[in-house]
Ligand binder design. Structure first.
Ligand code: J2J
Length: 546
């Protein structure tokens, strides 16, 4: 079959090699679940709220839901936007889509109307799945369906909300028909579209195949020592690439472990869950790890079941790294990954200083990592440079983004990650910074240009640039630097512009934390905003007085 339009397949030579090496095993996501359900039918697979499903139960539900999707007109390769909170039904829906051959587009519950509309339109999605217990989420899904003609169905999880809209179906209704076993999609097909943190105005979609993704999942599970006794607590947004695959939900289900979905990441919610379910593994972003270590230091909950605490998504400081084992009572693993592919881990048997001071090394011996200067010349080990990568689970192109792909992939297929790193002699990477115009707000990624475009849509905004400012808790916060125009009174205040961006229908975390007004932005010779000058200027404004 010809590849999905808009998807850049791996070059045949490399694909053949990855198969020969046994990395790609022609296994689909649906088959992964089937295999685990065959080996461990009675073990608990998923716990979320009141739901506690064994592997056999999950597998049967997934068959029923997949059958319902197909009977409702969802076909192989159709795209379906999924924006769900951390519930057991997320796992059911996503595996049902995998089995039907349709492609989930992994939105987050934090995404608002404009973002969901963009994902649905770019993916020409046929359906949107949202939390039926959240009226605002249902309204948003209806708005997306009104705006994107390809969207014919709205599927609601949770308690079914009565609706006269013929497009709306409850997930439970989909499960009504007798389940059939559907043929699994080919493993070299795109399995889903993940979201890019982005740096340009339009968020990009990342096509991952069954073959490439499951290779990273199996190896992640092995590197992290997962097995049938693993009880993994998911506290980060469930659809994010980290809790999904590093080793995440998929790694735990591959290993026969149990996935526990936390409705929110607070210690108040999560510590009792750790105690009650004897949780062994958890993945955190640095600000959450800070909150957890503080709460554990003064808490009374029994966290002794913890075996591994992963921290990634943004840089973990050496101080935080040292505090984690002391307060949470389990070793730390640093994880430096990206939805586009490459994932690095410190290993469980690494010396303390490697775990504390580096972001680890790649999963695969065939992950090709280059650290280069501005002219793409390799720099020596220990020197800082741009990280480029190519390998058995790193994409060769974003979905439907030819122009962007020409810029962020080298002619020989290396992905320009936009990260600045040092590679040490032992192969471990240290993340030093970023060349891409992105703000990493405690693991939540904000594409500067996306928010600048929203600001410029305000009639009184002449120009705007969004940059990162240092923040002790989140690592970075966003600051919009704005040049106003016109004289009509009153000029918008910082609060007005924040409300304006929020009102444009974007996730809360993307609303600029600060807005500062200037007469002009520093410009480069060709009239573009000089971002490094601006970042330096902004850093100066916020530096604490001596
Ligand atoms: C510094 N920066 C980091 C780290 C990611 C596992 C873990 C994380 C992600 C993820 C992921 C970092 N230190 N430890 O997908 O599977 C920044 C880099 C990177 C970008 C990717 C996974 N870990 N980063 O965070 O696609 O800038 O994936 O390029 O959301 O986060 O973001 P994202």
């Amino acid at each position: 079959m010809s590849p999905l339009p808009g998807f850049t397949p791996f070059p045949p030579e490399r694909a053949r090699r990855y198969r020969e090496l046994g990395y790609w095993r022609s296994e689909s996501h649906g088959a992964l679940l089937r295999a685990s359900a065959t080996t461990w039918p009675d073990r608990l697979a998923v716990i979320g709220g009141a739901d506690r499903w064994t592997y056999a139960e999950l597998d049967a539900r997934v068959d029923a839901t997949a059958t319902g999707l197909v009977d409702n007109g969802v076909r192989a390769r159709d795209r379906v936007v999924v924006a769900l909170p951390n519930t057991a039904e997320f796992v059911e829906v996503v595996f049902a889509l995998f089995r039907s051959g349709a492609l989930p587009v992994f939105a987050l519950p934090a995404h608002r109307e404009t973002e969901l509309t963009h994902f649905a339109a770019l993916g020409e999605a046929v359906a949107v799945v949202v939390d039926g217990t959240d009226p605002a989420a249902v309204d948003r899904a209806v708005a997306v369906a009104d705006r994107v003609p390809s969207v014919r169905r709205i599927v609601l999880t949770g308690a079914t909300v009565g609706s006269s809209d013929p497009r709306v179906t409850g997930l439970a209704d989909l499960r009504a028909a007798p389940p059939r076993r559907l043929p699994e999609p080919d493993a070299d097909e795109v399995a889903f579209l993940q979201l890019s943190g982005g740096s340009t105005g339009i968020p990009k979609l990342i096509p991952r195949t069954h073959d490439d993704y499951l290779y990273s999942v199996r190896e992640s599970a092995r590197i992290c020592g997962l097995g049938p006794d693993t009880v993994q607590l998911v506290v980060l947004p469930v659809a994010h690439n980290f809790p999904m695959s590093s080793p995440g939900i998929l790694g735990a289900l591959h290993a026969g472990g149990t996935v526990v979905l936390a409705p929110d990441p607070s210690p108040t919610t999560c510590f009792p869950l750790i105690e009650a379910e004897r949780v062994t593994d958890v993945a955190l972003v640095p600000p959450l790890a800070l909150v957890w270590t503080a709460a554990a230091a003064s808490g009374t909950r029994d966290l002794s079941s913890l075996r591994l605490v992963q921290v990634g998504g943004a840089k973990c400081t050496p101080e935080l790294a040292a505090r984690i084992p002391q307060t949470l009572g389990a070793p730390l693993q640093q994880v430096f990954g990206m939805a586009e592919g490459l994932v690095n881990y410190t290993r469980l048997d690494d010396p303390d200083d490697v775990v504390r001071l580096t972001q680890g090394r790649p999963i695969s011996p065939d992950d090709e990592v280059r650290v280069v200067d501005d002219e793409d010349r390799d720099v020596p080990d220990g020197a800082e440079g741009h990280l480029l990568t190519r390998g058995p689970y790193t994409i060769c192109g974003y979905y439907r983004a030819d122009e962007h792909n020409a810029r962020v992939f080298t002619p020989d297929g290396f992905y320009r990650t936009g990260d600045r790193v040092r590679r040490l002699a032992d192969g471990n990477l240290v993340v030093e910074g970023r060349a891409k115009d992105q703000i990493n707000r405690g693991g939540d990624k904000i594409a500067a240009e996306e928010i600048e475009d929203h600001l410029i849509a305000h009639p009184r905004v002449h120009d705007a640039a969004v940059v990162a400012v240092h923040d002790a808790f989140l690592g970075e916060r966003s600051c919009a630097v704005v040049v106003l125009r016109g004289t009509e009174d009153p000029a918008p205040s910082a609060a007005d512009l924040r409300a304006f961006v929020r009102g444009r229908g974007v996730a809360d975390f993307k609303v600029p934390d600060r807005v500062e007004f200037v007469d002009a932005l520093p410009a480069t010779g060709v009239g573009k905003t000089h971002r490094s000058d601006l970042r330096a200027a902004v850093a100066g404004w916020f530096r604490a007085p001596a």
